[in-house]
Design a protein around this ligand. Structure first.
Ligand SMILES: Nc1ncnc2c1ncn2[C@@H]1O[C@H](COP(=O)(O)OP(=O)(O)O)[C@@H](O)[C@H]1O
Ligand SMILES: [Mg+2]
Length: 259
């Protein structure tokens, strides 16, 4: 199972949308996908119309015994796609989480590795135990960045966080930037994209996700997708190809781990 975390400390940059659209593109390829909603606000759960019930969400992994609790609550939302929903209790985890629990999520996900090809973790915008746990559990980190000037500043905060978590977990995190909400008609959008690509040459995915309202239609409908993939859906499909082609496959990761 390949585990991809989607994180950025800035809100509204397309983290949840990226998580859902990637799940759609992966499910379309016949893969079994596990969605993990680590945001106490639960936008991902709300998108897929999953109730956020205390004691039945992903927070069980941090607070209780994973075997017994959270995994039973895994819910199928669409063909091949399941979700571990957020719950209001996740906010408590964020505030009172025990640092030693940072690997609990990784351990829980490992126990599910045989059931899914892909796990996608939607992170909250705050730096707390849930985000650190996701960074500890992921094979790759995707950082959606809106192509507008102020978003670049937010990105610097996120890269600082990645470096800090790398030190505290003694683990290297491979991450990629996903330019989102791009409007090529504006000069500011084009310049921000250029700046992003030149400043983060090694990390930037060469593609981009354009502004596309069909993603909002999918959220409104409570589905992974609304109709055929629009321009953004196609972009996310290209991102899956890129991740696969960049050798970011479960098989490759197993070899990496064994080496
Ligand atoms: N490519 C896109 N085109 C149009 N709207 C988008 C796109 N990506 C995200 N959005 C919208 O932008 C808002 C923020 O996206 P969201 O995924 O919730 O961000 P985050 O999870 O980072 O807070 C939402 O209203 C979402 O529908
Ligand atoms: Mg979100």
């Amino acid at each position: 199972m390949r585990t991809i975390a989607v994180a950025n400390q800035k809100g509204g940059v397309g983290k949840t949308t990226t998580t859902v659209a990637l799940a759609a593109a992966m499910a379309e390829r016949g893969r079994r996908v596990l969605l993990v909603d680590l945001d106490p606000q639960g936008s991902l759960s709300a998108w897929l119309r999953q109730p956020r019930t205390e004691g039945r969400g992903v927070e069980q992994l941090f607070l209780g015994e994973p075997e017994e609790a959270a995994w039973r609550e895994r819910l199928d939302v669409e063909a091949g796609v399941s979700i571990l929903p957020s719950s209001p209790a996740l906010a408590g985890v964020e505030r009172h989480g025990v640092p030693g629990r940072a690997r609990a999520l990784a351990a829980g996900l490992a126990s599910l590795a045989g059931q899914f090809e892909e796990a996608l973790i939607d992170c909250p915008p705050s730096l707390g135990l849930p985000m650190v746990s996701a960074l500890a559990a992921c094979d790759r980190l995707l950082v959606p960045v809106q192509t507008e000037f102020l978003a670049l500043e937010g990105l610097e905060r996120m890269t600082g966080t990645v470096a800090m978590v790398e030190r505290s977990l003694a683990r290297k995190i491979t991450w990629h930037i996903v330019p989102t909400l791009h409007d090529p008609r504006t000069g500011a959008g084009r310049r921000s994209l250029e700046l992003l690509r030149s400043r983060y040459e090694a990390q930037a995915w060469p593609g981009l996700v354009p502004v596309d309202t069909s993603l909002r239609d999918a959220a409104e409908a409570g589905r992974l997708y609304a109709g055929a993939p629009g321009r953004a859906g196609q972009a996310y499909s290209g991102l899956v190809d890129w991740l696969d082609g960049a050798g970011v496959t479960g098989k490759h990761l197993a070899q990496e781990a064994a080496a």
